[in-house]
Design a protein around this ligand. Structure first.
Ligand code: FAD
Length: 332
């Protein structure tokens, strides 16, 4: 591989229900900054069925060019088909940097692409920069349970790839007068080449706002004692327009669905406000929420570790405090 042949910054444009997801728009903002610093162009890659109209939004949010792979074979997200489109794009255009949102899709896709292209991938990053001298991507992420920030370089392989947590970088204000190029790419992929078939899509009731996109989260733990405790915090969350999260122990007890789990083996969240209610503050929970803007803990044990990690703490019984908070906000 001759790394001199690789130019430009690319962003994977994830979309859902006919819109580009917020983290991809944020990455166009970050990608614009990196591309300008490198003096190269910023491109988006859009894969789906009937997705071409979304390209103009990507241009408004900072892309110079959008490569569109639009075909019925991409109707549903499947790792193999999307990966093959990305690999075709990388082999044809040779981007030097490639960014994905740190969503389930982004993480799944980026790791598959990195394996196939035998290149490096820094997962779950929170800061991006390029070194002015070497031009290398500097992808930083918390490590060792958040005790250090590690900056990871991919020196020998291209593209340099990273998944980036939602809400850690800012999207640009959209400018629909920006000019950009929309390139419709040929799709030669055939259904027989894809081993996964989508038989059915089963939708389950999800909360109004996804946890990784929520501005306010009310999270409950084992201290809530059961499903009734979660009903209590759900009422509080609904009152203040928050989403409901949980510790792993609460999820494992079956009090709330698995997708609500925050932490090392759950979702990483960065809301403006995070309420931790009846949560002890184990390191595996903290790594998933410690970058929240404001952390408010409610716990009856004054020595609970969560009080070391929060901005405001209330020592007391959640079953007394939460109804009072709900009532106060309902009356406000
Ligand atoms: P507990 O530790 O039991 O804490 C309950 C708290 O509630 C206590 O502090 C108690 O004082 C308080 N309390 C009790 N009653 C009340 C009341 N009435 N009012 C107010 N407070 C009350 N955990 C995660 O959360 N997310 C992860 O992603 C995760 N990944 C893990 C990965 C690995 C490899 C391992 C080993 C563990 C992981 N864990 C994870 C588990 C983690 O170590 C903790 O066990 C878990 O976070 C504890 O959950 P908790 O705080 O709800 O429960």
């Amino acid at each position: 591989m001759n790394i001199e042949d690789y130019h430009g910054v690319w962003v994977f444009l994830e979309h859902k229900s006919g819109s580009i997801v917020p983290v991809s728009l944020e990455l166009l903002g970050a990608g614009r900054r990196l591309a300008d610093k490198r003096g190269v162009s910023l491109a988006g890659i859009l894969i789906g069925d009937g997705v071409k109209p979304l390209a103009e939004h990507a241009i408004a949010y900072g892309a110079d060019c959008v490569y569109v792979y639009d075909a019925p074979i991409f109707k549903y997200y499947r790792t193999e088909s999307y990966m093959k489109a990305i690999i075709a794009g990388c082999q044809k255009y040779k981007p030097e940097i490639f960014l994905y949102g740190g969503t389930s899709t982004g993480k799944d896709l980026a790791s598959a692409v990195a394996t196939d292209l035998a290149t490096g991938l820094t997962a779950d990053t929170t800061m991006l920069d390029v070194d002015a001298e070497t031009g290398l991507l500097e992808a930083s992420r918390p490590a060792f349970g958040g005790n250090i920030m590690a900056t990871i370089l991919c020196k020998k392989d291209r593209p340099q790839m990273a998944t980036v947590r939602p809400k850690v970088v800012k999207a640009l204000e959209p400018d629909y007068s920006r000019a950009g190029e929309i390139m419709e790419e040929p799709v030669e992929l055939r259904e027989e080449e894809i081993r996964t078939k989508v038989l059915d899509i089963v939708r389950f009731a999800v909360q109004r706002i996804r946890l990784d996109e929520a501005d306010i989260i009310v999270a409950g733990g084992k201290g809530l004692g059961g499903k009734a405790g979660f009903e209590m915090i759900r009422e509080f969350a609904n009152t203040i327009g928050a989403s409901v999260g949980a510790s792993r122990d609460a999820v494992e007890a079956g009090w709330i669905e698995h997708h609500a789990q925050v932490g090392q083996t759950g979702v990483t969240v960065t809301p403006k406000i995070y309420f931790a209610i009846g949560i002890s503050g184990a390191i595996q929970h903290l790594v998933g929420m410690q970058n929240s803007g404001l952390i408010i803990a409610i716990n009856q044990d004054p020595n609970a570790s969560i009080f070391q990690a929060c901005h405001y703490g209330i020592v007391g019984d959640a079953f007394q405090i939460v109804p009072l908070l709900t009532q106060a906000f309902q009356q406000a």
